[in-house]
Design a protein around this ligand. Structure first.
Ligand code: ADP
Ligand code: MG
Length: 409
């Protein structure tokens, strides 16, 4: 893979200066109306863009926000708040341009070292089309923006598992480079897959039960223990014969979960916080997993589970964590996530035997939980910007957005 270092060296040695660079970033941040509630992904994208500015490039950034629907009013998916925040962080104005003639004019006139952000690339349905010809047509329009001398920098790690026009197809139209963020993420994940320091513990939670069962399947042979919390633990508890009340449950996966339990590596909660309603005002109780009452929902792991998980984590030397242990967005169900996150931080700083461990947080909501709960981001070795992408990498899948960079001449 060619890297940002390679590109910067080329730009520095280029007498004409000011080449145009098309950067795909991941700026898909959570919004509350126009307010960005967590700008982690924007901050993570700044170093690559800043380096290109210093090298005198003229920079076109493309990104998506959410999942706009064709024909609907998609104004809430505008990248306007993101353009403003990106500009603040870069210390320059970042104009936002919808794809089209105006964008072309803006890019043509862009001074060296300046940046333009294209409006939500998913407003164009060809971005995510299954039809390669449609995607290629969009990719060619995007490539045209940066002209015959233009190059592509792939820095949206959170989307490299997607075969999409601004991620994959454009890398076949232009000389392609891995951005600094993509490079860092890949180096970290490689460390997890190639000879991790043992014991290696993985903590999985969150709500995407059936998605993550596949991950569990492929991770089990590689790890020493796999701690399961969050919404998906209930399908495992059901496989052990426990009633789970109104908790999240995927009935068609119970048999699968039972089979995975035979590995002997899966650690499940021993107690859970149940609620009579999915709300911060609900009545709650902490019960052993054998006694989840009918009609109640399990929304967090309990304190004894946190202690049991922390004990496993204390002796681990490598930890990967994806998915919150409970509905951390609501205060009564945040303690499981806080406790497990703290145990991972303790291990990172020097666990049972005082030697520092290596820890990676993957997953948009897990990373957001770290910040929302006021935990120190530098307590972990690395916080990944890509949930789905990091999971697919760990599963050993080929990520199209990375493979295409390796093929770039
Ligand atoms: P990530 O983005 O880190 O990969 P997911 O998107 O899979 O994580 O899941 C995050 C969501 O899972 C959070 O919004 C959280 O509220 C929810 N969640 C966690 N535990 C439970 C539970 N017991 N019941 C329902 N939802 C849960
Ligand atoms: Mg998520």
């Amino acid at each position: 893979m060619k890297t940002l270092d390679d590109l910067v060296a080329e730009l520095d040695g280029d007498p004409t200066k000011g080449r145009r660079v098309f950067v795909r970033a991941d700026l898909n941040v959570p919004l509350d109306g126009q307010r960005i509630t967590d700008d982690g992904r924007i901050r993570a994208s700044v170093p690559t863009v800043a380096r290109l500015r210093d090298a005198g490039a003229r920079i076109v950034v493309a990104a998506h926000l959410g999942r706009p629907k064709p024909g609907a009013d998609n104004s809430k998916y505008s990248l306007a708040p993101v353009a403003a925040r990106l500009g603040e962080l870069l210390g320059t104005e970042v104009p936002l341009e919808p794809l089209g003639d105006d964008a072309r004019t803006t890019v043509e006139r862009l001074p060296a070292g300046e940046v333009v952000l294209l409006e939500n690339i998913r407003f164009d349905p060809r971005e995510t089309s299954k039809d390669e010809a449609e995607r290629t047509a969009l990719a060619r329009e995007l490539a045209d923006l940066v002209g015959p001398e233009g190059v592509f920098v792939s820095d949206g790690f959170g989307v490299v598992h997607r075969k999409q026009a601004s991620v994959y197809d454009i890398a076949r139209e232009l000389p392609a480079y891995a951005g600094g963020l993509v490079q860092t993420e890949v180096e970290v994940l490689r460390k997890l897959t190639q000879d991790p320091q043992r014991p290696y513990a993985v903590v999985l939670g969150g709500s995407k039960v059936s998605d993550k069962l596949l991950v569990i399947e492929s991770l089990l042979p590689q790890v020493d223990s796999l701690l399961v919390g969050g919404g998906m633990c209930f399908t495992f508890l059901a496989a052990q014969g426990h009633g789970v009340g109104d908790s999240l449950l995927e009935e068609d996966q119970i048999a699968n979960c039972g089979r995975l339990l035979e590995s002997g590596k899966i650690v499940l909660p021993v107690d859970v916080v149940v609620a009579d309603d999915f709300s911060a005002e609900a009545t709650t109780r902490t019960v052993p997993v054998e006694k989840i009452p009918d009609g109640w929902k399990g929304l967090d792991i309990g304190p004894e589970s946190v202690a049991a998980f922390a004990q496993v984590l204390a002796s681990a030397k490598t930890v990967f964590w994806n998915g919150p242990m409970g509905v951390f967005e609501l205060a009564p169900f945040a303690e499981g996530t806080r406790g497990v996150a703290q145990a991972i931080i303790d291990t990172t700083r020097g666990g049972g035997d005082g030697t520092p461990g290596f820890s990676v947080v993957g997953g948009g909501d897990s990373a957001a939980a770290v910040r929302a709960l006021g935990l120190p981001e530098d307590g972990f070795s690395h916080i990944s910007t890509g949930g789905g992408a990091s999971l697919e990498y760990l599963e050993g899948k080929v990520l199209p957005g990375l493979a295409v960079l390796e093929e770039s001449p």
